[in-house]
Design a protein around this ligand. Structure first.
Ligand code: HEM
Length: 507
């Protein structure tokens, strides 16, 4: 009897291979059928079916995901909005808007439209920083505590920190051997300055980037985390993949995250143990915290966010303001004149004094328009019926957002959108620019989750730029004369490339 029913090992293997073949074929067929059916549903039956946009992007996340991966989201959304207008369906379930009223409709809606938890960067203990907490109540509670560190009074008491690092920048630049040969990358130096300022404001101790002329490894690690988080968002568009990919992340990614987490904890420990009364962020956070406000873990996570959000953005804008001004000699000359006529010495460049200058303000504003630091959409989730954006009813379950760079460079919002014209922001602006829809320009966003560091960013950028242009004559390096420095890949943040200049010390 046994012999009749037993299989030889070869027979068993053959049966196994045949069965595996069938399973694979059926799985592929089922997946293909699902993909085709969902594409048909998305294009012809989905609640967004009547919104304009390319059919392929309506059918599948692939075109969007491809741009996320190759960093070319900005040119893609620019092309789409140029073709389809104020609203474009960029994903089966996401709409992109470039009309100015979208800011109020999306980002100041009450109750808040939640921030999707896509690709969020958690610390290894699972705690999220204030910037990525989805729950409005928890976010609001933490933000209220942190906001004490950004009051006008706090800012004035922090001025000496801004003075210290902007002066150090000038000293260090003066001593660079390559100052005049066109190989000095001003972008890195701006970054060193803003990292040192934020290190000092958060931890009571800088990263010594200006001293060493190098990025601290912690900074590199945190930025790698941001890019990884952005790339991980790709898999959220293919739900089962997301969990699998997170589980399969290579060991070094976890080790890197753990290392940078430990570094933050140690720095925060040290700052708290110092019991110092210096007027940095930590003093205000600790003084205004209360049981149930922010846990120690919340403080760690939010400190990392503050360094990241406060350094990269200001350095990018300083670089683009320098780049665009140098590319436009008329602008550069007017800017330099304003600064050099206003100040007799570098020491006169104070927060109060620099805040009175109008042209430097317009120069930085126009740099933020040409090259915003958050170039792509940071969407919100429509979590209820009856939401309207730009006068259009948006169904529940959809994500909506504004891609800043596309909105700021759109000819439907600005006259000569690709030209760098600070004059459009002046009170006595050229009437040609009266047509600009300035309400669309919100580089710091609006609403309860807008930039908490906006005022600090403005004074820091003006002070650093004014000191550089007061102390040096600048020229673009030959290397920068062709091409467009601002045409950069984007992985949530701009992937900045070097910006080479020649600098001649004055006096
Ligand atoms: C040119 C300079 C800056 C620009 C253009 C900028 C822009 C922005 C934008 C667009 C957001 C909203 C991001 C989102 O919702 O995902 C944001 C949030 C934030 N920014 Fe800034 N930022 C700048 C400088 C700073 C500085 C200097 C700091 C502080 C040191 C800072 C701290 C923050 C924080 C903590 C948040 C999160 C706020 C919250 O979730 O409540 N930023 N910023």
């Amino acid at each position: 009897m046994d012999g009749e029913y037993s299989l030889s090992p070869v027979g068993f293997l053959r049966t196994l291979i045949t069965a595996a073949g069938w399973i694979l074929t059926v799985s592929i067929a089922v997946t293909a059928a699902r993909v085709v059916l969902s594409a048909i549903y998305n294009v012809y039956f989905h609640p967004l079916r009547n919104f304009p946009g390319p059919k392929f992007a309506a059918a599948t996340p692939l075109p969007f995901v491809w741009r996320l991966l190759n960093g070319r989201m900005v040119p893609w959304t620019m092309k789409l909005h140029a073709k389809y207008g104020v609203v474009v369906r960029v994903l089966p379930d996401e709409l992109s808007f470039i009309g100015s009223s979208a800011w109020q409709d999306i980002y100041t809606a009450r109750p808040q439209l939640p921030k999707p938890t896509f690709g969020v960067l958690e610390t290894p203990n699972g705690i999220r920083s204030m910037g990525i907490i989805p729950d409005a109540e928890t976010h609001g509670r933490q933000r209220k505590i942190v906001s004490h560190a950004f009051s006008d009074r706090a800012l004035l008491s922090q001025e000496y920190i801004l003075q210290k690092y902007s002066d150090l920048l000038i000293d260090r630049l003066r001593n660079q051997p390559n100052l005049q040969d066109g190989t000095l990358d001003i972008c890195s130096w701006y970054n060193f300055t803003t990292f040192d300022v934020l290190g000092d404001l958060c931890f009571g101790e800088s990263f010594h980037c200006l001293d060493t002329a190098e990025k601290h490894p912690w900074i590199a690690s945190v930025f790698m985390g941001v890019k990884a988080a952005q790339l991980l968002t790709v898999f959220q568009h293919f739900p089962p993949m997301s969990t699998i990919v997170k589980m399969c992340l290579p060991q070094f990614v976890h080790e890197e995250a753990q290392k940078s987490f430990t570094f933050t904890r140690q720095r925060v420990d040290k700052r708290i143990a110092s019991k110092s009364d210096r007027p940095d962020f930590m003093k205000h956070i600790l003084e205004n915290n209360y049981p149930g406000g922010m846990s120690r873990e919340d403080v760690d996570a939010t400190t990392t966010l503050l360094v990241l959000a406060g350094s990269e953005t200001s350095a990018t804008t300083l670089t683009s303001a320098t780049y665009f001004s140098l590319k436009n000699p008329r602008v550069f000359q007017r800017l330099v004149r304003e600064i050099r006529e206003a100040f007799k010495s570098q020491a006169d460049i104070t927060i109060a004094a620099v805040s009175n200058l109008s042209y430097i303000h317009a120069v930085i504003q126009e740099a933020l328009r040409m090259h915003p630091t958050g170039p792509i959409s940071v969407p919100r989730q429509v979590d209820r019926p009856d939401v309207e954006v730009c006068g259009m009813a948006v169904p529940q379950g959809i994500r909506v957002g504004i891609p800043q760079k596309t909105a700021f460079r759109s000819p439907s919002n600005f006259v000569d959108p690709d030209s760098y014209i600070p004059e459009r922001w002046l009170e006595d602006a050229d009437p040609r620019y009266a047509q600009d829809d300035k309400a669309v320009f919100e580089p710091f966003m609006v609403g309860p989750r807008n930039c908490i560091g906006k005022t600090l960013a403005w004074v820091e950028m003006k002070m650093v730029l004014a000191k550089v242009l007061w102390s040096f004559d600048l020229e673009l390096s030959e290397k920068m004369k062709g091409g467009d420095w601002s045409d950069q890949k984007v992985y949530l943040l701009n992937e900045k490339t070097p910006m080479y200049v020649k600098m001649m010390p004055r006096g």
